[in-house]
Design a protein around this ligand. Structure first.
Ligand code: SAH
Length: 684
C-alpha cells in the first residue's frame, strides 16, 4: 500500500503530493516524536511513579483490587509503574498502532505480560464487560494526554468519556488535578509576533510611514497556540503587570465536562502599563494532597532547584485582541474561553462587570485581517525587526535608480513598498499572489504597486506592460519553506523569469551562502537521544524503534528548530560551505562540497547546525542563523525570527579534554539543484 504526503517543492514553491511507502508516515511520526523527550523527563517520571504508588496504596487500603486504566500508554511506562506498585491489573490503551506494538514488546521484555493488557484502540472505542476489552471498569485512571496548553491533545473529551464508560465512580486519578496559571505582561518583543508596527522610511522627499490596515488593529489573530520555551525569554524583554493567578483547574478524579465554557478572574495590576500578553502554564498534582506536584512554571516563578528541561511541555503566549492600558491597583477582569481543545483570552475593565459577563463570546478567534493567515508569528517578528528593515532600506538605496523597474518575489513582503518609497516613482511590480491588497490600500499604494498573481514560469510581458525588469528583489521568504535552504526558491523563480530581466539586471540579494557549525546543545540533544532504562524499566525497544525510523530514509535529514529557544555552544568555527549566485541562473549540475572542520572547544558534539546568509548588496548581509558567538565559552546567539537546520549525529563524541577530541569532523554536503534539497553526511 502507498500513502500520499503533501510537501512543498522547493524548486517550484508548489504543494505536491508525493507517493510514499506506506511506512513513511509512521516513521516520520516516530522519528520526530516527543517520546524520547518524555522518557528523559526525570521530574515527570518520578512524580508519576510517586502518584501511581500512592493511588494504588489508597485503593489497597480500602481493601479493593487495584484495576488501572492507562489511556495513551505509549511505551507502556505508566502501566509498568502501576504493576510494579502492586496493581492487580492494568488496561493499557494506545491508539497509535506502532506504539501499541512497541508497548506489547516492552511490557513483555519487562516481565509484565500477566498484569498488563495492551489495547490498540482509541479510548472511546474501548468496550467493558465479560466479552469486552476490559473485564470491568477501572478504579485507577492514569493518563498523560497533556500538551503545553494542557487540553490541546484532547484530554478533556477523553476524560469525559472515560468517566462515563470506563472507570468507577470515585476512582483515583493520576494526575489528580491540573491548574492553569496566568500572568499579564507587557512585552514589545512578544507583541511584535502578533501586530505589525508602523515602519518608518526616510525617503528623499521626507519620512514615510508604512501602516497596517485598521482591520489588523482589532484582529483577534489565529487560534493556534503559541508555545515557546519561555525560560529563554530574558526578563528584560517583558514587564510583569500582574501576579500569577490560577485561571482554572480540572479535577480528573471527577466527571469532566469538555463542552465550551469560560472562566473569569479579577486581577489587580501590580504596575501600570499596556496589557498585551497573557503568559500561561500549568501544573499537575499527582495526588489529592498536592504533595506531588509537577510544574511548568517559568524561571521567575519557581526556584531554580525545581528546574527540569523539557520540550514536550513548555509555556504558552496568548495575545490579547488589543493592547489595553491598565493602571496599578485598578482592577481588571481576565476571561479565559475554551472549547474542547484550545484556550483564548480577553481582558475587560472592571466597570460594567454585569454587562461584560453577558458579553462573553465563546467563539474561538478567527483572523479577520488576513495578515495572521499570511504571516506566522516569527514572520511578524521578522517584519517588525527594525534593524533588519534598515539593512534592506540601505541595500535598496544602493541599487534603485529613478527609472528602475522593480519586481519582488517573496511571500507577504514589505519590500515593494520600501522600494516604491526609496527609488523609482515608476510602477513597482509585486509578484505572487500571497499578499493582501488591504495592506496596499491602507497605504494608498494600490495604483502604485501592481500585484501580479502568476507563478514565475507563467509570467508574461503583458503582466509587465512590456517592460523589462532592471531590479529583482526578494527577502527571500516563502511560507512553504521548512528548512533554511527552501527559501532558495527565490533562485528558481529568478531563473524562471530570466527572459523578462534586462541584461544588466541587479538582483537583491545578489547571493546566498550556506553555513555550518558543530555544536553541543545544553538540552535539545534529549529529544533525539536513546533512553535505555527509564525509572528501572527497559525501554530500549523504543530507542531502537526511533533509531530505525530515523534511518528509514537512506540519508538522515536535518530538522528545523528555532535555536534562540535551545541554547548551545559552538565546538567549531562557523564555516561557509556552499554559495548560491542569484545573478546567475540555477545550474543544471548539483552543488557539492566536502571538507573537514576542526573542533576548537571541548564538549559533546551533538550535531551540526546549518543556516543561510543573504548578501543583499556590497557589504550588507543578513544571517538567518548565527548572529554571534557571545563569549569564550562558545555560547551562541541566533536570529530570533528563524528556524535553523539541525542535523543530529547518530553517535555523540564526549570528550573531557581537547586532546581526546577527534581533531576534525568531516562532512559531505550536496545541494541537488533538481530537487532543491540538501543531503549531508558527517563522519566523526
Ligand atoms: N503514557 C506514556 C505516553 C504518553 S504520550 C508516557 O507517559 O510516557 C500520549 C500517548 O497517548 C500517545 O502515544 C497517543 O497516541 C496516545 N493517545 C492520546 N489520546 C488517546 C486516546 N484517547 N486513546 C488512546 N490513545 C491515546
Amino acid at each position: 500500500m502507498k500513502t500520499f504526503c503533501g510537501r512543498a517543492n522547493p524548486t517550484t514553491g508548489a504543494m505536491e503530493w508525493l507517493e510514499e511507502d506506506e511506512n513513511y508516515d509512521y516513521h516520520q511520526e516516530i522519528a520526530r516524536s516527543r517520546y524520547a523527550d518524555m522518557l528523559h523527563d526525570k521530574d515527570r517520571n518520578v512524580k508519576y511513579y510517586q502518584g501511581i504508588r500512592a493511588a494504588v496504596s489508597r485503593v489497597k487500603e480500602r481493601g479493593e483490587k487495584a484495576i488501572v486504566l492507562d489511556i495513551g500508554t505509549g511505551t507502556g511506562l505508566l502501566s509498568m509503574m502501576a504493576a510494579s506498585a502492586g496493581a492487580d491489573f492494568c488496561y493499557a490503551v494506545e491508539v497509535f498502532k506502532p506504539m501499541a506494538n512497541a508497548a506489547v514488546k516492552i511490557v513483555e521484555k519487562n516481565g509484565f505480560c500477566d498484569k498488563i493488557k495492551v489495547i490498540n484502540k482509541h479510548s472511546t472505542e474501548v468496550t467493558v464487560g465479560p466479552d469486552g476489552d476490559m473485564q470491568c471498569r477501572a478504579n485507577i485512571l492514569v493518563t498523560e494526554l497533556f500538551d503545553t496548553e494542557l487540553i490541546g491533545e484532547g484530554a478533556l473529551p477523553t476524560y469525559e468519556h472515560a468517566h462515563k464508560y470506563l472507570v468507577q465512580e470515585g476512582c483515583e486519578a493520576v494526575p489528580h488535578r491540573a491548574r492553569v496559571y496566568v500572568q499579564l505582561v507587557e512585552s514589545k518583543r512578544m507583541w511584535s509576533w502578533n501586530k505589525l508596527f508602523p515602519v518608518h522610511v526616510e525617503a528623499e522627499d521626507g519620512e514615510k510611514i508604512i501602516v497596517s490596515p485598521s482591520e489588523m488593529e482589532n484582529c483577534p489573530g489565529v487560534p493556534s497556540v503559541c508555545d515557546i520555551q519561555l525560560n529563554q525569554m530574558p526578563s528584560s524583554d517583558f514587564t510583569i503587570l500582574s501576579d500569577v493567578v490560577t485561571m482554572f483547574s480540572v479535577d480528573f478524579s471527577k466527571p469532566v465536562r469538555s463542552a465550551s465554557t469560560y472562566y473569569r478572574v479579577q486581577l489587580e495590576p501590580v504596575k501600570s502599563g499596556k496589557a498585551q500578553i497573557v503568559l500561561s502554564w500549568w501544573d499537575i498534582d499527582m495526588d489529592p494532597s498536592g504533595m506531588i506536584n509537577c510544574t511548568m512554571a517559568p524561571y521567575w516563578v519557581k526556584s531554580t532547584s525545581a528546574f527540569q528541561w523539557r520540550d514536550h511541555w513548555m509555556q504558552c503566549v496568548y495575545f490579547l485582541p488589543n493592547e489595553e492600558p491598565v493602571l496599578q491597583g485598578e482592577k481588571v477582569y481576565l476571561t479565559a474561553c475554551r472549547d474542547e481543545y484550545s484556550v483564548w483570552y480577553k481582558l475587560q475593565k472592571a466597570r460594567g462587570e454585569e454587562k461584560n459577563k453577558a458579553d462573553v463570546r465563546v467563539e474561538s478567534p478567527v483572523c479577520r485581517c488576513q495578515a495572521h493567515l499570511l504571516w506566522n508569528r516569527p514572520r511578524f517578528g521578522e517584519l517588525n525587526d527594525q534593524n533588519r528593515t534598515r539593512q534592506y532600506i540601505e541595500s535598496l538605496m544602493k541599487v534603485l535608480k529613478t527609472d528602475s523597474v522593480c519586481l519582488c518575489i517573496s511571500d507577504g513582503s514589505l519590500l515593494p513598498v520600501l522600494a516604491h518609497y526609496l527609488g523609482a516613482k515608476q510602477v513597482q511590480y509585486f509578484f505572487l499572489c500571497f499578499f493582501f491588497f488591504k495592506f496596499l490600500k491602507a497605504n494608498h499604494l494600490e495604483d502604485k504597486i501592481k500585484i501580479i498573481e502568476a507563478r514565475p514560469e507563467l509570467l508574461t510581458s503583458s503582466h509587465l506592460e512590456d517592460k523589462k525588469i532592471s531590479v529583482l528583489v526578494g527577502e527571500p521568504f516563502f511560507t512553504t519553506s521548512l528548512l533554511p535552504w527552501h527559501n532558495l526558491y527565490f533562485w528558481y523563480a529568478r531563473t524562471a523569469v530570466t527572459s523578462h530581466l534586462t541584461s544588466n539586471v541587479t538582483v537583491l540579494p545578489e547571493s546566498a551562502s550556506l553555513h555550518m557549525m558543530i555544536v553541543e546543545f545544553q538540552d535539545l540533544w534529549r529529544i533525539r537521544s536513546p533512553c535505555g532504562i527509564c525509572e528501572g524499566f527497559d525501554v530500549q525497544t523504543m530507542d531502537d524503534m526511533i533509531k530505525n525510523s530515523l534511518n528509514f530514509r537512506e540519508s538522515k535529514e536535518a530538522e528545523p528548530h528555532p535555536l534562540w529557544e535551545y541554547p548551545c555552544k559552538s565546538l567549531s568555527d562557523p564555516r561557509e560551505v556552499l554559495t548560491f549566485d542569484f545573478r546567475k541562473t540555477v545550474p543544471q549540475h548539483c552543488l557539492s562540497t566536502e571538507g573537514s572542520v576542526s573542533l576548537s572547544r571541548k564538549g559533546k558534539s551533538h550535531g551540526a547546525v546549518l543556516w543561510m546568509e543573504y548578501h543583499l548588496a556590497a557589504d550588507i548581509s543578513i544571517s538567518t542563523g548565527l548572529i554571534k558567538i557571545s563569549n569564550e565559552k562558545g555560547n551562541c546567539e541566533w536570529n530570533p525570527h528563524c528556524k535553523q537546520a539541525v542535523y543530529f549525529f547518530s553517535s555523540v563524541i564526549d570528550s573531557e579534554t581537547l586532546s581526546d577530541l577527534p581533531s576534525a569532523v568531516t562532512y559531505a554536503i550536496n545541494f541537488n539543484t533538481k530537487t532543491g534539497e540538501i543531503a549531508m553526511d558527517f563522519q566523526l
